[in-house]
Ligand binder design. Structure first.
Ligand code: AMP
Length: 215
């Protein structure tokens, strides 16, 4: 299964990706995670990407496309993959399509998880994650077992640098201007599955995704 998870920031792509990869046995490829790791390791790419990420803008296409195309060549991606947060522009989608076509493959399904902006702001500003195992919580809707402690036992849950309200509004602007057109792009190709996720819990959304994908 070669899949893409599409949707605005805070729609739950990362949470659903984790549930889906467990079920499908394919790797999750999150460009956000790859870029954050480059930032943390202070690589040249990370230093370049950080300027955009901190202000809620998209990192230039040529930086991200190269990263993903290289990752997709690795052995674990040959039977399938779950792209989370990529593509985010029509140019990225076209580059991905071209690269996959060269290898005679295509995307099987694009799941778009749709949530209204006001709900997204509340979801993102309350989001906390575990630096050790990657678990994602929400202070109100999906709280950790103990204050500032993950179910894996690690202490000190973190808030992403770009999960503050000002940057979130900028990220939502980038989503509507640059990423939302991908819904039409994949609808035309007959692979789009849209999930309305307003006011739904992660497990309710997961059930809807399984239904759509006939899993
Ligand atoms: P995410 O974790 O997917 O919300 O991504 C966090 C930030 O990383 C975004 O606001 C962008 O600055 C950058 N980013 C992640 N994926 C992409 C992408 N496919 N294209 C451009 N920028 C990206």
């Amino acid at each position: 299964m070669k899949m893409i998870l599409l949707g605005p920031p805070g729609a739950g792509k990362g949470t659903q990706a984790k549930k889906l990869i467990e079920m499908l046995g394919v790797p999750q490829i999150s460009t956000g995670d790859m870029l954050r790791s480059a930032v943390a390791n202070k690589t040249a790419l990370g230093l370049e990407a950080r300027k955009y990420m901190d202000s809620g803008q998209l990192v230039p296409d040529e930086v991200v496309v190269g990263l993903v195309i290289e990752r997709l060549k690795e052995d674990d991606c040959q039977k399938g993959f779950m792209l989370d947060g990529f593509p985010r522009t029509v140019a990225q989608a076209e580059s991905l399509e071209k690269s996959l076509n060269q290898n005679g493959v295509g995307i099987d399904a694009v799941v778009a998880i749709l949530v209204d902006d006001e709900e997204l702001v509340g979801r993102i500003t309350g989001r906390r994650s575990c630096n050790s195992c990657g678990a994602i919580y929400h202070l109100q809707f999906s709280p950790p077992p103990a204050t500032d402690e993950c179910s894996c036992g690690a202490k000190g849950l973190i808030q992403r640098a770009d999960d503050n309200e000002i940057t979130v509004r900028q990220r939502l602007g980038a989503y509507h201007a640059q990423t939302a057109p991908l819904i039409e792009f994949y609808k035309i190709r007959g692979v789009l599955k849209s999930i309305e996720a307003n006011a739904k819990s992660p497990s309710e959304v997961f059930e809807l995704i399984k239904e759509e994908l006939k899993l």
